[in-house]
Design a protein around this ligand. Structure first.
Ligand SMILES: Nc1nc2c(c(=O)[nH]1)N[C@H]1C(S)=C(S)[C@@H](COP(=O)(O)OP(=O)(O)OC[C@H]3O[C@@H](n4cnc5c(=O)[nH]c(N)nc54)[C@H](O)[C@@H]3O)O[C@H]1N2
Ligand SMILES: Nc1nc2c(c(=O)[nH]1)N[C@H]1C(S)=C(S)[C@@H](COP(=O)(O)OP(=O)(O)OC[C@H]3O[C@@H](n4cnc5c(=O)[nH]c(N)nc54)[C@H](O)[C@@H]3O)O[C@H]1N2
Ligand code: SF4
Ligand SMILES: [Mo]
Length: 668
């Protein structure tokens, strides 16, 4: 019996494999035997007709590809990297890579090629939460664990559809509900999660800051602030009060689009329940004010002292299986490595550890900044690994035009049918989940080993090995001589000692991970409410809704939201051909409110045309009263969705405002 961990979402369920099928691992701490339909069917994703099985080089004339030997492929990448200026090289990585893959790619890019343009799709996923945590606590640290649900009385889910996106976590919520846990869902759609909640607040998209600030104002008005906690552990209260005093309560409520009764129902739950966790995902992060949305919610915990106590705290739910590991390693272009920034002292420490003198002093380009650089002809080589930017970045027509200007794009993928495929010059075949091993950190800081379950396809290589081959060909063999994933993990583990005050304490957790047990990092952090700021206090920061999202108009009167369905995984390279997974919901549709559909004469199942200022799609209508009026929803399993979305970014996190595009709808 081989024990491993699921490679889909951030819950990171432990699984067991007995040569025929996958089952949940009862002894594993995060899922206690539970798994979802994606998890149990992951075995089917290894043997599909759509695997990329050999390196392929573009022919140049007709856009087709020819198979090419690994030797030649690696030579070519090395040659292109050698001749490019470091500032014109980019790496685009993924929260689905294993920690070892991430570590090696980051070390090669930042440490040896001298480019900090090493970013990841997590930029478009949880970078708003990273920035907010760092602002408030001085460190990127999620101070809640899944087991905290057991001590929690009220769970606030804001912009998170756990029933579809974090299924096993959702099952745990359901279990705790039987014990008495109350759940509030804040979401413009009445999702499956909202259906099962005690209270659903269908706020207007983008009004979260107004809603959370309204709660803060009410806490202050009612004298419910935990002043002893604030005095001892929070900085910025006076300034925050000044901000709140200026705020008109009725205006906030009006902007949220909910009734005073609905708000009162929320406040009753808030006051009646002692232990409170708030959890959020893309409904907050993917916003032009994603960081501020995070701050507004975290503020509630600081004002009430409901933090760092069992069953309390602000819980950012990471989406991808190893998005957390990527943060830890330093896979964002705004971080160097092991949570260190680009200050001279950190650069010195990391240079010494890696034995290099090539680290550039400034943060690198973020995902969309690389697109902007490409537009201006300032990106010569882009290495894309385990992600599909042409599919997932916003404003796709713009992204496609920019990609066409990049002279050399390498796509490392385990599957043959990404949307980026047609923009790549060289495609390299990676060994997918099941054919490789390594570690990943789930959304509550549990580090676990993923195991190989089957033999590796002959020409496919684990991602880390591909980066090592390139590094060795460039002459960096001494630093990239790793023979297996365990050797890389050992080096990374040693490196975590460099993290500030050694807070990233993987160096303590070797034995656990190398056997079949999980290791939870950071258990000692924030002890006695000492945060990682210079004075040890958390920062309370007043924020306001600046309403910078794309405005609706007579021509584009709807707001378009996008998101997940339970059984599809993003672009669907792994899920869209597994029959069992296609039954739950179709891959492509558009949700329209019943009243709106009626006004336009649109019937269920009919094709409708949806347009934004950037593009047009025709999709089958799904007429429903589970979505607010004047709001639309398209699942991300519809691969063309980003022809519609806009590329407004949060100024701090550079995460996109995916959920707020002004749209028009037409019956065909
Ligand atoms: N089945 C499945 N599971 C997945 C994934 C997958 O592809 N498939 N992907 C994983 C990844 S990478 C991620 S990041 C997570 C995402 O996990 P979630 O964020 O939970 O998933 P989404 O469907 O994007 O849900 C976002 C919710 O926010 C709501 N929303 C939109 N705008 C607003 C707003 O302004 N305010 C509020 N309060 N809510 C709003 C939407 O209606 C939607 O229900 O899922 C992970 N899990
Ligand atoms: N409109 C809209 N756009 C969004 C979002 C949204 O909510 N709305 N969400 C954003 C978010 S949160 C995310 S996380 C992104 C997700 O966007 P992507 O990361 O682009 O989505 P995936 O389809 O998961 O892409 C993973 C790729 O890795 C490949 N792959 C699978 N296994 C392996 C392997 O072992 N090695 C390698 N090298 N490749 C492998 C797959 O075939 C696939 O092409 O989308 C973002 N874009
Ligand atoms: S909940 Fe997530 S980690 Fe668990 S089995 Fe389902 S997809 Fe895998
Ligand atoms: Mo994500």
């Amino acid at each position: 019996m081989i024990k491993s961990v699921c490679g889909y979402c951030g819950v990171g369920c432990g699984i067991e494999f007995d040569t025929k099928k996958l089952v949940g691992d009862i002894a594993y701490p995060t899922n206690e035997g539970l798994v979802c339909s994606k998890g149990v069917s992951e075995l089917h994703t290894i043997e599909t007709p759509t695997r990329l099985l050999r390196p392929h080089l573009r022919r140049g004339t007709d856009g087709g590809f020819d198979p090419v030997e690994w030797e030649r492929a690696v030579d070519l990448v090395a040659e292109k990297l050698r001749s490019a200026d470091p500032s014109r090289i980019g790496f685009y990585l993924s929260g689905q890579l294993l920690t070892e893959d991430y570590y090696v790619a980051n070390k090669l890019g930042k440490g040896f090629l001298g480019t900090n343009n090493v970013d990841t799709n997590s930029r478009m996923c949880m970078s708003s939460a990273v920035v907010a945590y760092k602002k408030v606590f001085g460190v990127d640290y999620v101070p809640v664990r899944m087991e905290d649900l057991k001590a929690c009385d009220l769970l606030i889910l804001a912009g998170a559809n756990t029933a579809e996106a974090h299924v096993v976590f959702h099952n745990k919520i359901k279990k705790e509900k039987k014990r008495g846990l109350k759940v509030v869902v804040i979401d413009p759609r009445r999702t499956e999660t909202a259906e099962q909640a005690d209270l659903h607040l269908p706020i207007r998209p983008g009004s979260d800051i107004d809603f959370f600030t309204l709660i803060s104002a009410r806490l202050i008005d009612d004298g419910k602030v935990d002043t002893a906690f604030v005095e001892a552990h929070v900085d910025g209260y006076e300034k925050y009060l000044r901000g709140i005093r200026k705020t008109a309560r009725t205006k906030l409520l009006k902007r949220c689009g909910i009734t005073a009764e609905e708000f009162e129902a929320f406040m009753t739950l808030f006051y009646e329940n002692e232990n409170i966790i708030s959890a959020w995902t893309m409904g907050l992060n993917q916003s032009v004010q994603g960081v501020d949305k995070n701050l507004a919610l975290i503020n509630l915990h600081l004002l009430t002292g409901k933090i760092n106590r069992p069953g309390n705290g602000p819980f950012s739910l990471t989406g991808q299986p190893n998005a957390m590991g990527g943060r830890e390693v330093g896979g964002l272009s705004t971080m160097l490595a092991v949570h260190l920034d680009f200050d001279p002292e950190s650069i010195r420490k990391v240079s010494k550890f890696w034995e290099t003198d090539r680290i550039a002093p400034e943060p690198g380009l973020t995902a969309f900044e690389m697109i902007e650089a490409a537009e201006r002809g300032r990106l010569d080589v882009l290495i894309i690994c385990h992600t599909d930017p042409v599919y997932h970045l916003p404003n796709r027509s713009r992204v496609e035009a920019a990609m066409q200007k990049i002279p050399f794009i390498v796509e490392i993928n385990a599957y043959d049918n990404s949307e980026t495929r047609n923009f790549a010059h060289l495609r390299l075949p990676a060994a997918p989940w099941g054919e490789k091993e390594g570690t990943q950190t789930n959304m509550d800081r549990t580090v676990t080993r993923q195991e190989r379950l089957t033999r590796r396809s002959i020409d496919c290589k684990p991602d880390w090995e591909i980066f090592c081959l390139i590094a060795r060909r460039l002459g960096f063999g001494d630093a990239f001589g790793f023979q297996n994933a365990a050797e890389i993990y050992e080096e990374y583990r040693r490196m975590t000692r460099l993290s500030r005050d050694g807070h990233l304490d993987m160096y303590d957790g070797g034995a656990e991970i190398l056997t079949d047990r999980a290791f939870i990092w950071g258990k000692r952090l924030f002890h006695d409410h000492r945060y990682h700021t210079p004075d040890g206090k958390a920062r309370l920061i007043f924020v306001e809704n600046e309403r910078k999202s794309e405005a609706t108009s007579l021509e584009y009167p709807f707001i378009l939201l996008t998101g997940r369905t339970r059984d599809q995984w993003h672009s669907g390279t792994k899920t869209a051909f597994v029959d069992k997974l296609l039954k739950h919901k179709p891959v492509s549709f558009i949700e329209i409110n019943t009243e709106d559909a009626h006004a336009l004469g649109i019937c269920e199942g009919e094709p409708v045309e949806v347009s934004t200022r950037r593009g047009t799609l025709v999709l089958p209508a799904r007429v429903t009263d589970t979505i607010r009026e004047k709001t639309l929803f398209i699942p991300v399993s519809e691969r063309r969705v980003n022809y519609l979305t806009n590329d407004l970014l949060d100024p701090l996190s550079k995460e996109a405002d995916y959920n707020h595009s002004a749209a028009a709808l037409r019956k065909l």
